[in-house]
Design a protein around this ligand. Structure first.
Ligand SMILES: Nc1ncnc2c1ncn2[C@@H]1O[C@H](COP(=O)(O)OP(=O)(O)O)[C@@H](O)[C@H]1O
Ligand SMILES: [Mg+2]
Length: 139
């Protein structure tokens, strides 16, 4: 196992995925990349200034979340990199995995806004469908 990519969206489920990712990364002495994707806002009803404001708030929130993750892992025997992307979450996560040649992608089963009645969230299910490396979905 060389490189691990974990997808984090600020949800409890992605916190569990991160925890598992850290355990595995330590065990395999594998470098860990944490990716968080800021989704594009497609709502046509919102005016441009609101769109910019929401987008800035999301960006700020994501930066803080990534900063917290880095700080929480600072003392651990693990090489951690955090990356923030913008766009379609599943697409950007898969693209990040391809570019870094990830050997394993780890994601939570659910995210922030999903319907729990589904076995898998929409992002994690698209990752499982399209990834070219093994995927671990953490419940
Ligand atoms: N914007 C995102 N950035 C990074 N990872 C994400 C993002 N959205 C979802 N994920 C990953 O996918 C997992 C499942 O989320 P998702 O499929 O969006 O479920 P839901 O449909 O319940 O929101 C999350 O726990 C996280 O690991
Ligand atoms: Mg989601």
């Amino acid at each position: 196992m060389r490189k691990i990519l974990v997808a984090h969206d600020g949800s409890k489920s992605s916190d569990k995925a991160l925890k598992k990712a850290v355990e595995i990364a330590i065990k395999f002495e594998a470098p860990l990349t944490v990716v968080s994707v800021i989704p594009e806002l497609y709502l046509t009803e919102i005016v441009e200034t609101d769109r910019a404001r929401i987008s800035n708030a999301l960006t700020e929130e994501t930066k803080i979340a990534m900063e917290k993750i880095r700080a929480s892992l600072a003392g651990r025997a693990i090489e951690v990199k955090t990356v923030i992307r913008q766009g379609d979450p599943a697409e950007k996560i898969l693209e990040t995995a391809q570019k870094m040649k990830a050997d394993l992608i780890i994601a939570g089963s659910h995210g922030r806004h999903g319907a729990k009645k589904f076995l898998l969230g929409s992002v994690s299910s698209r990752i499982v469908d399209h990834a070219t490396c093994p995927v671990l979905v953490v419940k």
